[in-house]
Ligand binder design. Sequence first.
Ligand code: LIP
Length: 268
Amino acid sequence: MVSTPGELLSVAVRVARDAAATARRMRDEAIGDVETKSTDTDVVTAADKAVERQVTGVLLAERPDDGVLGEEYGDAVTVRPGAVRWILDPIDGTVNYLYGLPQYAVSLAAERDGEVVAGVVVNAATGDEWTATRGGGAWRAGRRLSGSVRTTLDQALIGTGFGYDARRRAHQGAVMAQLITRVRDIRRFGAAALDLCLAAEGSLDAYFEKGLNLWDHAAGGLIAAEAGLVVSGLAGAPAGREMLVAAPPALFPALHDALVELDAAGGP
Ligand code: LIP
């Protein structure tokens, strides 16, 4: 029997909450086994790996036909048509986690035939939780989310993030130097999944970032879209590594055009 998006969301919420508790416990026990990945500032901790192993183990024990794409261990299996692939960032905002800044999240999405149908993001530091099912809206603490009502870029508070590679950061910094004069202000919280949830609830007016992996935005992207935001790349491209923009329909064109003009998707 095929699970409904609501049933998949129930599984995701239960598993993500338990994973967030593990992340919190391991942080309280002190951070261990910190390694680096793409650069010497792109860190991965023992908790990232432990949380991914926990989530993958629980999901595949309960749902052996499913697959899991996780940040730390990659695709566990290839799923057959109609089966569910779970997309997991065990700790999004790992640098915040390392520093003890309360902006790090477990992000878990259920994808079927290439479409994300359910997603949950749990801020593991605070317990704040955002959820969505495709067509079922985006929610936080029983409140349906509908994004920002802002309509002009000069009044917009924009979230963004930067890559780990110094050459990419140089290009992103040059874009920021121009964009910052055209918007209310910029916020860089350090976890894409949470940035997308803040945009979904209107705590940010919009968000964009170049270089995100699918696990960074699979759940948060559904939450933002179900809150009524446009979530896409530039020039009609889908959201992806080249660019992700999440903005209310009234704000999207002005932000999109500014990012195109400033070549925000360009550079290394
Ligand atoms: C992070 C993203 C964030 C980005 C950081 C980093 P991680 O993911 O969520 O938006 O700006 O550079 O990539 O590495 O903490 O899972």
